[in-house]
Design a protein around this ligand. Structure first.
Ligand code: NAP
Length: 280
């Protein structure tokens, strides 16, 4: 393998020390960061994510409150729970665990969270600010991707970044953040024609597709930074969107799955939580 490995595990460790110190400093000022997590229903993947977040909070010293609500809850009842957290001065950050059951309106629920307490960066106000290049709570996965690239000193200014995927949680916000860093950005999606022609031009290639080993070696320019966001289960194993074994010899930098972007996502949630506590 010739590419430099962008290890989320290592970067998480580095951030942890500073997060513990910052949390302690906040407490000494009388600010006790408290992350409230709303979980609706019993989605097993969500349960794992919530547990991982809880572990990180414990390691840093962030207090947590998990509000478990029944699958059958109505939109109005869910919003009443969010409203109660908005007005609770002890709660400094709020996260609504997605996905919500089908009968609930995710956008409405997310818009209900006070923008100042939004640690996911999904509130429309924060999304709008990101679009305008104003300071805002940034979505955790895109923020983690930018952290990885910067930490590894991957050149960004004037470079061509190609993002595969246009979701509101990954594709679109990471494209905006790369634009903010003065990359020239191309966003690709399922209707993109000649995808390979696009990706082969990428100095930075972000794959957020949700299809195992979708990005193959022939789609990658030599020396590119390849960021794999995908989390796919194949025969009980977690694999990314990038064919790691064949892409790594060509790429300049590459993030693994697992141990890459996923680690950064939780780390950035902790950053957002500490920042929200500062605002409080
Ligand atoms: P999503 O909402 O399903 O979006 C997938 C995107 O891929 C869509 O924009 C879709 O295009 C595009 N796409 C699908 N097939 C394509 C094709 N053949 N060619 C080009 N583009 C294609 O997924 P997401 O929420 O962004 O997540 C993407 C992946 O990242 C998933 O595996 C997810 O589990 C993972 N993820 C990981 C983390 C982490 O922390 N590591 C966080 C979030 C997500 P259309 O818009 O045209 O349909």
């Amino acid at each position: 393998m010739s590419a430099i490995l962008l290890s989320g595990k290592e970067m998480e460790k580095e951030l942890l020390t500073s997060q513990i110190e910052r949390c302690q400093a906040l407490k000494e000022k009388g600010i006790h960061p408290l992350l409230a997590v709303i979980v609706v229903g019993e989605d097993p993947a969500s349960a794992i994510y919530v547990r991982n977040k809880g572990r990180m909070c414990d390691a840093i010293g962030i207090l947590q409150r998990t509000i478990e609500l029944p699958e059958s809850i109505s939109q109005e009842e869910l919003e009443a729970h969010i409203e109660a957290l908005n007005t609770d001065p002890a709660v400094t950050g709020i996260l609504v665990q997605l996905p919500l059951p089908d009968h609930l309106d995710e956008n409405r629920a997310l818009a209900c969270v006070l923008a100042e307490k939004d640690v996911d960066g999904f509130h429309v106000v924060n999304t709008g600010k990101l679009m305008r290049g104003e300071k805002s709570a940034l979505p955790c996965t895109p923020r983690g991707i930018l952290h990885m690239l910067k930490k590894a000193n991957v050149p960004l200014e004037g470079k061509h970044a190609v993002v595969i995927g246009r979701s509101n949680i990954v594709g679109k916000p990471v494209a905006m953040m790369l634009l903010q860093e003065n990359c020239t950005v191309t966003i690709c999606h399922s209707r993109t024609q000649n995808l390979k022609e696009m990706t082969r031009q990428a100095d930075i290639l972000v794959a957020a597709v949700g299809k195992p080993h979708f990005v193959t070696a022939d789609m990658v320019k030599e020396g590119a930074a390849v960021i794999d966001v995908g989390v796919n289960r194949v025969d009980g194993k977690v694999v990314g969107d990038v064919d790691f074994d064949h892409v790594a010899p060509i790429a300049g930098w590459i993030s693994p799955v697992p141990g890459g972007v996923g680690r950064m996502t939780v780390s950035m949630l902790m950053e957002n939580t500490l920042e929200a506590a500062c605002r409080a």
